[in-house]
Design a protein around this ligand. Structure first.
Ligand code: SAM
Length: 245
């Protein structure tokens, strides 16, 4: 990963509670269908561990879940929220580090490869961590296919385009979801298949606020001195996203 990508991949302050609100069922549903009691699972780039906790429950009894993340603060939060769940542990680690060999039945990552300038390195480490015959299950985005109805207000549209430029400039792939099959095949995986998992936020639906809650944290300029080169900001301290459009 280039240092530029690494610094831009840091979750903005205040977004921890957004990560906490995620769940296996709502936010990694295709993975949920693959999990069985007794499985060993690595969740690479687990954030605050909300999805990992669901994984640990799904593989009980007899299974274990390990969550890793490069962000020490997020790992501490994950561990604190999971104390007392014996088949679940968290470690601060880089997804690129080849830390395990043939140790897991299933290795997953959700919304992580999109932040890496060299995702193939992380995929190689994930493949190495899986046992022969094991499964790699990755969830990620194709920002180039995002759709809005009604159309975004012009200022938010400009922000979103600048956000994608800022990511691309650091070497991140804005259409990584479309490129995952090729990445997997290049890593030597067989039986590769893609499944659609759309994230839809519809005003009026029960989870609408939860689904859009990340963006104010991304758009809002961070307080001076709290963050390395941040994303392009709207130029003002206010969130420009329509909260109830
Ligand atoms: C968008 S969050 C996704 C968190 C969680 N998987 C989820 O879906 O809610 C991306 C996570 O990837 C982590 N991350 C970024 N680069 C990483 C790396 N090189 N190794 C491990 N984790 C990384 C970030 O710290 C962050 O927690």
């Amino acid at each position: 990963m280039t240092s530029s990508a690494a610094s831009r991949a840091v979750m903005p302050p205040g977004t921890e509670s957004f990560l906490d609100s995620r769940s296996l069922a709502a936010d990694h549903a295709n993975l949920a269908a693959l999990l069985r009691p007794g499985m060993t699972v690595l969740d690479a780039g687990c954030g605050t561990g909300a999805i990992t906790r669901g994984i640990a429950q799904a593989v009980s009894p007899g299974g274990t879940a390990v969550g890793i993340d490069i962000n020490a603060g997020l790992i501490a939060r994950a561990a604190a929220a999971s104390a007392g769940q014996p088949n679940l542990r968290f470690e601060e680690a880089d997804v690129n580090a080849e830390r395990w060999e043939a140790a897991f039945d299933l290795v997953t990552s959700a919304r992580v490869l999109q932040w890496l300038a060299v995702p193939a390195r992380a995929v190689a480490a994930m493949v190495r961590a899986a046992r022969p015959g094991g499964t790699i299950a990755v969830l990620d985005y194709d920002y180039t296919r995002a759709e809005w109805d009604p159309a975004l207000p012009p200022a938010v549209r400009r922000f979103f385009e600048a956000f994608l430029d800022w990511r691309a400039e650091a070497g991140m792939d804005n259409a990584i979801a479309a490129h995952l099959p090729r990445l997997f095949e290049q890593a030597g995986l067989t039986g590769v298949s893609g499944v659609d998992q759309r994230e839809v936020a519809t005003a009026g639906n029960a989870d609408y606020q939860r689904r859009i809650a990340l963006w104010p944290g991304v758009i809002r300029p961070p307080p001076e001195g709290t963050r390395p080169p941040g994303p392009p900001t709207s130029g003002g301290p206010r969130c420009l996203l329509p909260q109830d459009a």
